[in-house]
Structures are given as structure tokens and as C-alpha cells.
Write a protein that binds this ligand. Sequence first.
Ligand code: ZN
Length: 128
Amino acid sequence: MIGRGLRRRCPRCGERHIFTGFFDLHERCPGCGMKFEREPGYWVGAMIIITTFTFALFLVLLVGGMIITWPDVPWNWLLGVTIGANLILPVLFYPRAKTTWVGLEMSWHPLEPAEIEAANRHVAARSR
Ligand SMILES: [Zn+2]
């Protein structure tokens, strides 16, 4: 499930076409009918993932750049690259953080029977 999420797919069924735009998911998976936002405030988990990713990216680029170029660290260039990457990459990674969060959360909180039933009803209603 987490691997499917990392590949921007539905963690439940692997459906690829689950985004309506770059950032926005369909309300329900077109393949299996699962509702992505399972409860109010659900996307806070995706925010935690993207914040962790951004912090790790900052550390890897800044500390890695310092280690590679020590003792003549090109501070302006290194800070420019680090800040630029931290402005751009989290935005590009955010949709993936959402699907990764859905997969992660489903790994410890599987779909409830009512959610499975609603997903099946959605798929059945669509195929009529
Ligand atoms: Zn699905």
C-alpha cells in the first residue's frame, strides 16, 4: 500500500488516474471507490510527511554540501541551492505525500466494513 502511494497510485487497488489536477485527488478512487479523505483533518498526515521530507532534504543538501566542499565551502551557492530545492521539491512532492499518507494510514487503520461497503456501492452505481 505504501509503495503504491509512493508511486501516486491508489493504495488500495493501484489505480493510476486518481488525481483531478496536479494537487487534487478525486473524492473517491475511480477504480475501487475508496474515499481518500477518510475523516475531517485527514491531510494533516500528508503535511507531516512533507514537513519531514523538507527538513531531511535541507539537512542532506546543506550538511552534504558542507562535507563535500570542506574547508572551502561556497556558502552563497550552497545556501542558494538548498533554499531553492526546499522551495521547489516539497511542492512537487506534495501529491505523492498525500497518496503515501493514505497508504501509510491504511497500514495501521484498515478500511472499516462501512467504508468498504460505501466503496462497493460507489463502484456498483458507476457501472450501471
Ligand atoms: Zn482504488
